[in-house]
Design a protein around this ligand. Sequence first.
Ligand SMILES: [Zn+2]
Length: 434
Amino acid sequence: MNAIFKGTILSPISKNKLLFLKPGYLVISNKGKILELTRSNPRNIYKNFQFYNLSEKLLCPGFIDIHNHLSQLPLIGLSDTNLLIWLNKLVFPHEEKFKSGEIAKQSAEMFFHHLLKNGTTTTSTFVTVHKQATDLAFQSAKESGIRAFIGKVMMDQQVPMNLCEDTQKQLLDSEGLIEKWDGYDEGRLRYVLTPRFAVSCSFSMLKGIGKLARKYNVYVQSHLAESRAEVKLIKELYPDFGSYTDIYYKAGILSQKTIMAHCIYLNEKEIEVLRKTGTKISHCPTANRFLASGIMPYRKLEEKGFTIGLGTDVAGGYSLSMFNEMKEAIETSKMINFINSKKHYKPMTVEEAFYLATLGGAKALSIEQETGSLEKGKSADFLIINYKKLDDYKDNDIFSDPKNILAKIIYCGNKNIVEKVYLRGKKILDINNL
Ligand SMILES: [Zn+2]
């Protein structure tokens, strides 16, 4: 629909630079692209465009969650232990249920609906080992309109029998899903090869994944160096490799289209290998704290030049909300200063957290030409946020500064302030009609 939205516009330009128009006008074409962002009223130029005056409501790009697990939504908040025990005790028994097409379909529909309700318009998602469940997840993402990177989890060792599949079958199943879904709907759906982590993957399967990634030029996502116990187990399972990263490197799965989650316990050599291969990092601060795994040295990796986005890692993370993820990212970046007194790592700012949750995520997924910020030519994937709901004292001065608006929505906001979600210029979700 051709439309003009008038409101408070806030969008990232870089890690420390914002576009702030108050009021501003966002002009959308009927093809769902952004035509213009302007301070001056463009209604004389775009004469037949529908006009929406949102008063002071906030228009910002939809959030990008670059790491989460579709199957684990019901497990949110359930853990009193660490990663490996949590996987065996809670996650694996639950993922076995996805053999049922009915459960897989319902779960996928619920998952994408909840993501959109939280203002997330792009997601990179692990399903389960089941091919059918993955196919249904794509189907559901397609129907919801969300931009989604989706992959069938691959595991052929160290997991319960019902989740342990034949190596060749998994490679063939993944290839079938790539051919069916990668690039679907103008590239809004992409296939991601998804080995869970090296613990549950044989080296021959990882090598096969590397070959598939190159053959089809598709993405790869996995976990790396999330907890100390996991790193210890990796050393036992892969004694002939120099490090955890070395396994992925030698299997040929590290590239600019690879996104590794967590990256907490890496030595300097590993960091260099990841940097050289152009591997992207998914920072999952909520999950890292919730499963007592550790704190990723964000500033150190950022200063080395890594492209980093944020992942809720549900249900290692206890919330699908990117407001929460931004808050945790800032707070844990402060904590690393306390515990690492030798080097001062500048804590993350609110602008930086907002960048990671939007444009940074888009860069990590190499889709910054398509989404991640409100910019001419990009897809009109945006949110209308009622930030005034957070202003109990009706103090208008506070909101004249974009930094304050960000601070308020990050620290006090949640899905209840996301009033409307637009994908390709089309209203997909309206809190008033739920
Ligand atoms: Zn994860």
